[in-house]
Ligand binder design. Structure first.
Ligand code: ZN
Length: 178
C-alpha cells in the first residue's frame, strides 16, 4: 500500500522490532517551544529518534507485555491464544487499542488467578470437582473470546469497563459459577 504521508510533516522510524511507524512529531511541539535554540531542537529530535529506534514499536511494546500475561494464564489452564494484531483504524487508535487490551488483560489475569485458586480447592472435593473443571473451561474460553476481538472500536468503546467484566459478559448466563 502506498504511503502518501510527507516526510516534511511526519517522521518514519524503524523500530528495534523491525516495524516502521510514522510519527507527526519526534518531540512534542510544546516541549520544543521551551528550547532556546534551533540546535537544541535538533539535538532533542535526534535523541528522541535514537530512543525510538532502540525500542520496539508501540504495538510490539504493549503486545509483548500482553503475551507474558497470556503465558502466565495458560499455565493456569487458559487455552493458548495467538494475540491478534490490529490492522484497521489510524496508528494512534491502534496503539491505544493495544494499550487498552494489555491493561484489560492484567485485570483479567488478577481476577482469573483468584478464581483459579478457588477452582483448585473445589477440584479436591469430589462433589464439586466436575463443576469446577467446567467453570475453568467456560471462563478460559470466554477469555479467549474476548482477547480474540480484533475491532479497534471494541477496545476503545469498553476502555472504562473492567477487563474481568468483559470476560463475564462473554460467559453464557447458564454457565456462570454461583
Ligand atoms: Zn513492532
Amino acid at each position: 500500500m502506498a504511503d502518501t504521508r510527507s516526510p516534511a510533516t511526519s517522521f518514519r522510524v524503524r523500530h528495534a522490532c523491525g516495524h516502521y511507524e510514522w510519527y507527526p512529531h519526534l518531540v512534542p511541539p510544546d516541549e520544543e517551544a521551551r528550547l532556546a535554540t534551533p540546535e537544541q531542537v535538533l539535538a532533542a529530535r535526534e535523541a528522541a529518534l535514537i530512543w525510538k529506534e532502540n525500542r520496539p514499536c508501540p504495538t510490539c511494546y504493549y503486545d509483548d507485555a500482553a503475551r507474558a500475561i497470556l503465558d502466565r494464564m495458560s499455565a493456569l489452564g487458559v487455552p493458548a491464544i495467538t494475540l491478534p494484531r490490529f490492522t484497521e483504524a489510524t496508528e494512534k487508535q491502534r496503539w491505544w487499542a493495544h494499550k487498552i487490551r494489555t491493561a484489560k488483560l492484567l485485570q483479567i489475569e488478577q481476577a482469573f488467578t483468584e478464581m483459579h485458586s478457588r477452582i483448585v480447592i473445589a477440584q479436591q472435593d469430589p462433589a464439586r470437582r466436575d463443576r469446577a473443571r467446567f467453570a475453568q473451561q467456560m471462563y478460559g474460553q470466554a477469555i479467549v473470546q474476548v482477547v480474540s476481538i480484533t475491532q479497534v472500536t471494541y477496545w476503545i468503546d469498553y476502555r472504562a469497563t473492567d477487563g474481568w467484566q468483559l470476560v463475564l459478559d462473554a460467559v453464557p448466563p447458564w454457565a456462570k459459577q454461583r
